[in-house]
Design a protein around this ligand. Structure first.
Ligand SMILES: Cc1cc2nc3c(=O)[nH]c(=O)nc-3n(C[C@H](O)[C@H](O)[C@H](O)COP(=O)(O)O)c2cc1C
Length: 188
């Protein structure tokens, strides 16, 4: 038996993306974004409001980074989703995060986040139903400790957060259930 719940954003899981960019004076601002997704193998689309401080910084600096938040960063990750750099001048300082300048793009990398995509602004898409910032991923950097022997990121070595938009909560990514483009072969 299924029950109708009415219209709602029902994609699950959503990521917990920490988007960071410099303002015109080189100051760091960052925000939490759950509505973001890979849209080409080397591109990420962020559905973020035009008036966010981070968005304005990206339009100015033409670059940003997208870090994946994990359990140990849950408090600052949530904080940057509530406070706006438009109102709080020391938003970045309050997080306790440490940042270094990316060697690939004009944007800061948050040291505490285990995986970061370094992006150049590629496109701004504005329609009646969306405002999207599209970034070209020019590099991904990851903590050595979460890279497997095969050279790939091993998410089982992380406590990456996911955002549950049904209950507005953060969960930690769970167990591996099967290999993609493999388990389905049973029906081919
Ligand atoms: C879990 C979570 C997810 C969020 N996802 C988005 C999002 O996808 N797009 C967006 O525009 N705002 C999103 N927000 C809200 C922004 O992070 C928030 O408005 C923030 O204050 C913007 O900061 P800024 O003005 O300093 O850039 C989210 C907030 C939380 C807590």
């Amino acid at each position: 038996m299924k029950k109708d719940l009415g219209p709602m954003p029902a994609v699950c899981p959503m990521p917990v993306l920490i988007v960071s960019a410099y303002d015109g004076d080189g100051r760091i601002n960052l925000m939490n974004a759950a509505w973001g997704m890979i849209c080409q193998t080397d591109k990420i689309a962020l559905f973020i409001d035009e008036d966010h401080k981070t968005t304005q910084n990206i339009l100015l600096s033409k670059a940003f980074t997208v870090g994946l938040a994990d359990r140990k960063s849950i408090v600052p990750a949530d904080y940057v989703g509530m406070a706006s750099g438009n109102k709080v001048s020391d938003k970045y300082a309050r997080t306790g995060f440490h940042a270094v300048r990316s060697e690939h793009v004009n944007a800061p990398i948050i040291d505490e986040l285990p995986v970061t995509m370094e992006c150049e602004l590629a496109e701004v898409v504005k329609t009646d139903s969306m405002y999207a910032i599209v970034g070209r991923i020019v590099n991904v950097c990851a903590e050595e400790g979460i890279i497997g022997d095969d050279g790939k990121i091993d998410i089982s070595k992380t406590d990456l957060l996911m955002f549950d938009q049904f209950r507005w909560s953060y969960n930690v990514l769970g167990d591996r259930a099967g290999k993609a483009c493999s388990v389905g072969k049973a029906l081919m």
